[in-house]
Design a protein around this ligand. Structure first.
Ligand code: SAM
Length: 286
């Protein structure tokens, strides 16, 4: 069954009485070139189990299952279950979980379904939760080698920005803390049904599982990063003072110990400075 043929897709969806949900970010891929590329560049190969988030009608799921040993996919929309039973019926290496990815036990899925295999994540992410999903995948320390995802072009720019640059955000710091990120290729809005208002891009995060901070430090690091970027126009001292309750003088002392200006904004700090600041500031937050 060709899931990139518009006629075929309309026929399946029509027979199942399916209407697209904008709220769930349902823009399905219909450009035949994209899914094979995501699968090939996203570690879908022998020896791997691939976790997919958001199957839609299974167009990417199928390409992943053709290449990887196993595919487990989490899809929130119950209406898609009978559709997937039909579109993926010829595969015996796919398992679908009808769950919200934000609530699913991803550790359990990976350890049980992919025992003895390496693991990777591939997805055309629902745009309304791009950053929360990426942060969830990273912060839960899943035993995965890579995360290859389609995101909106603007989100890709932020994800791939340099830490310490104006274009960076909390998510930039997150991906660079856990690994390295790069943009693989752009995807035009016409590649989807229905077509969204923006173009997209596929990025890959290669995970570096070396622990750079202790679990306690890591928790504080992300509280600080999220607080700093949520008020990015303020100086770091002001936002840490108001959001983390650290006395302004203690922030000033910490910054000056590290040779950083008191008026610095979080977006100007490098990864090394952010980690060093975490270690110093933690002493004041207890
Ligand atoms: N992979 C398909 C494709 O490329 O055509 C569908 C991608 S579509 C952009 C996003 C998919 O994620 C939709 O099928 C949507 O129902 C699903 N989704 C949305 N929110 C979700 C959530 N919280 N947990 C799991 N799946 C979700």
């Amino acid at each position: 069954m060709n899931l990139t043929n518009i006629g075929t897709v309309k026929d399946i969806l029509g027979r199942h009485g399916f209407n697209f949900s904008k709220g769930l970010g349902q823009n399905f891929l219909i450009n035949p070139d994209i899914c094979p590329k995501i699968a090939e560049m996203g570690n879908a190969r022998e020896g791997y189990g691939v976790l997919e988030i958001g199957t839609g009608i299974g167009v990417l799921t199928k390409e992943l299952a053709l290449r990887a040993d196993k595919v487990s996919a989490v899809e929130i929309d119950t209406r898609l279950m009978p559709v997937l039973d039909e579109t993926l019926k010829e595969f015996d290496n796919i398992k679908i979980y009808n769950e919200d990815v934000m609530k699913a036990d991803l550790h359990k899925i990976i350890s049980e379904d992919f025992a003895g295999l390496r693991a990777a994540v591939c997805a055309n992410l629902p745009y309304y939760i791009t950053s929360p999903v990426i942060m969830l995948l990273l912060e839960s320390h899943l035993p995965i080698d890579s995360i290859t995802v389609m995101v909106q072009k603007e989100a890709a720019q932020r994800l791939c920005a340099k830490v310490g640059s104006r274009e960076s955000g909390a998510i930039t710091v997150g991906v660079n803390y856990y690994g390295t990120v790069k943009q693989l290729f752009g995807v035009s809005r016409g590649s989807f049904m229905p077509s969204p208002n923006v173009d997209s891009a596929v990025i890959r995060i290669d995970i570096d599982r070396e622990q750079r901070l202790s679990p306690e430090e890591e928790k504080f690091f992300f509280r600080m990063v999220k607080a700093g970027f949520s008020q990015r126009r303020k100086t770091l001292a002001n936002s840490l003072c108001s959001m983390l309750g650290i006395a302004k003088n203690d922030v000033y002392t910490s910054l000056s110990d590290l040779g950083i200006s008191e008026s610095v904004r979080i977006e100007a700090l490098t990864m090394e400075q952010l980690m060093a600041l975490t270690k110093v500031l933690m002493n004041y937050s207890k």
